[in-house]
Design a protein around this ligand. Structure first.
Ligand SMILES: CC(C)(COP(=O)(O)OP(=O)(O)OC[C@H]1O[C@@H](n2cnc3c(N)ncnc32)[C@H](O)[C@@H]1OP(=O)(O)O)[C@@H](O)C(=O)NCCC(=O)NCCS
Length: 189
C-alpha cells in the first residue's frame, strides 16, 4: 500500500498503529463539534478503526493518517471511502471524502493540502467519476476546504437529528479543469 507525498505531508494508509490517535482525536470536543455522533467512546473508536482497516483490505483504498513529512508526527486523518448512501444525480462510481485535523495544527492549510491529494487519488488512481463531501452546514471550516479544492455545493439536506447538512461534489472533468497538475500528489512505496 503506497503513501501519498505532498509538499509538507505524508498520507499513510490507515494501519494498526493509528488506533490510539483515532481514540484521542475522536474524544476531542473541538474535533467532534460538527460530527453527528458527538465524541466517540474508546470502544466505538476501536470499532471504526477496525472498519477502516477492513475497507482497505476489501477495496485497496480508504482512510489515511496525515503525517508531517518532516518528522512523521500525526496531524490528522483524511478519508476516501465508498459511498455508504448513494447520492441521487451524482455520476458513479462515486467516492466520499472527509478530513479531521488535530486542533494543534488548524489553520495551516493541512486539510486543504491533504484533501487535494486525495482527490488526485480518487480520480487518477481509482477511476472515480465523482467525489462527494457531506458536512453540517454550520461547519464553516469544511465549507472552505471544499471550496478550496474545487468542490461545489450540490444539495442541502438534514441529518437524522434534523441539523442542516450540505452535500458538495466534484466531477472528474471539474477536477481536471481545477487541477491542471492532476498528478500533483506523487506516490511511493
Ligand atoms: C475543518 C478542518 C478539517 C479544517 O482543517 P484545517 O487544516 O484547519 O483547514 P485549512 O487550514 O486547510 O483551512 C482551509 C480554509 O478553511 C478556513 N477555516 C478553517 N477552519 C475554519 C473555521 N472554523 N471557520 C471558518 N473558516 C475556517 C481557513 O481559514 C481556510 O480558508 P482561507 O484559506 O480562505 O483562510 C478542521 O477544522 C477540523 O478538523 N475540524 C473538525 C473535524 C471536522 O469537522 N471535519 C469535517 C467533518 S465533515
Amino acid at each position: 500500500m503506497r503513501e501519498l507525498i505532498t509538499d509538507r505531508l505524508v498520507l499513510e494508509p490507515w494501519r494498526e498503529r493509528h488506533a490510539a490517535e483515532l481514540v484521542r482525536l475522536s474524544a476531542d470536543e473541538r474535533v467532534m463539534r460538527h460530527i453527528g455522533t458527538g465524541v466517540w467512546t474508546a470502544g466505538y473508536a476501536a470499532r471504526r478503526h477496525v472498519r477502516a482497516l477492513r475497507h482497505w483490505a476489501e477495496h485497496g483504498f480508504g482512510w489515511r493518517a496525515v503525517l508531517s513529512r518532516q518528522d512523521r508526527a500525526f496531524l490528522g486523518l483524511v478519508s476516501l471511502i465508498r459511498l455508504g448512501t448513494p447520492v441521487e444525480g451524482v455520476a458513479e462510481p462515486a467516492l466520499e471524502i472527509g478530513w479531521w485535523v488535530d486542533p494543534r495544527v488548524w489553520g495551516r492549510g493541512i486539510a486543504t493540502e491533504a484533501a487535494a491529494a486525495m482527490l488526485c487519488e480518487a480520480f487518477c488512481r481509482l477511476g472515480a467519476e465523482s467525489v462527494v463531501a457531506r458536512y453540517q452546514a454550520a461547519n464553516l471550516g469544511s465549507a472552505r476546504v471544499t471550496a478550496k479544492i474545487g468542490m461545489s455545493p450540490f444539495r442541502e439536506s438534514t441529518d437524522p437529528q434534523g441539523r442542516p447538512m450540505r452535500i458538495c461534489v466534484i466531477s472528474r472533468d471539474d477536477h481536471r479543469r481545477a487541477c491542471p497538475r492532476a498528478d500533483a500528489a506523487s506516490g511511493r512505496g
